[in-house]
Write a protein that binds this ligand. Sequence first.
Ligand code: GLU
Length: 465
Amino acid sequence: MSAIRVRFAPSPTGYLHVGGARTALFNWLLARKQGGTFILRIEDTDVERSTKESVDAILQGMEWLGLDWDEGPFYQSDNFPLYKEHVRKLLDAGKAYKCYCTAEELEARRDLAMKEGRKPKYDGTCRDRIDQLDAPFVVRFRAPQGGEVAFDDLIKGRIAFPADELDDLIIQRTDGTPTYNFCVVIDDAIMKITTVIRGDDHVNNTPRQIQLYQALGFPVPQFAHVPMILGSDKARLSKRHGATSVIAYRDMGYLPEALLNYLVRLGWSHGDDEIFSRDEMIQKFDIGNVGRSASVFNTEKLNWLNAHYIKSGDPERLADLLLPHLSSRGVSTLNGPDLVAAVKTLQERAQTLEEMAERAVFYYSAPADYDQAALAKFDKGHLATVYSVVADRLAASAAASAAELDALFKEICTDNGWKMPQVGQPTRIALSGGTQAPGIGEIVQVLGVEEAVRRIRTAHAFVTA
Ligand code: GLU
């Protein structure tokens, strides 16, 4: 194992967002590539907003994507004594101080600063006070002034902030609980994180965190801030653009390898390559090649990748993954054709498992009605003759494989002077209800000749009624 230690640190206030999943993926890839350690840390110090359901949803999303972690999950809520101890350390060293300013006082000063055109920064009233009051207080970090705080971001390059712009950060609230920026620093330091990869909505936190590392005498890790994912209108990707939860993509019938492949390419590239297996991603990933600008989520590209993985996927695995999509449609596969055989006929054309399930339904239940518009393209007399001839010929034939059955249909056409569509389309309608179905030979093979004949005879009765 190399010394590299990275972490994914979601706040459990909702499901696993695709943006979060991409951050997790980049961390995971770096760890796997370098033989390092990937840690999962649940940032649940915001007790009001953190829920057990969210923790479960995040873990479920990670597991579904196969982003396995080496250590954790650790919960920040288990670490309160640790944070307290470090607040104490800073207080004892004079690097933090108690601030008794009330919310009203702070607000009034902030308003005044705004009115006078100054930055609304804490004015330092309690910075140098030596008396202890018997009043509620917060603990503030005594942020070093003068000069700048700079870091070399692995994605964005050098970023520098004038130290004077950084506030005396509150590290402990009046109720004694530690604040977010403080906990992150303590945890990253104690967990010996070497590289912090996170969303670039945290860039402004980084200089404050660096000052805290330095004040506490901890080595400062490297930082890599990943640009946001945007919706098609260039606004930050949110629910109004469509699904943003990883599990929602599973439920819509995406394969984990397709979503991973899509996410890795969202902001990262390796030449013109588009398709990456898990191993190839690990081999080729380089955090330095992540782009600096935000990426736009493109469902069409995700669909294209999903179709690719469905087409090339193992039919047995796809059949397993398809089952929940069939049961949600009330379809049981127990009394019907072999699902793996059915999947093989649908792999070529389905973009999602939902689509595949929709198209598989007819294998397990005979059409309740027919596509009238499609039927209307044929003369009733022609339909009656085709159904009767095809049913008889099929019933009398020993053809069983898709190829043999296709040959039989060709023969029927030749014998009767029909063109293939004149037989194929009506038969497809009889078997599946519509025209959107796999090749005729394939369908009959999967359904079995007996069931196919039964359906064709039912259609015959329908058109001659
Ligand atoms: N808990 C933070 C979030 O979910 C991540 C903090 C970090 O990665 O430093 O946005």
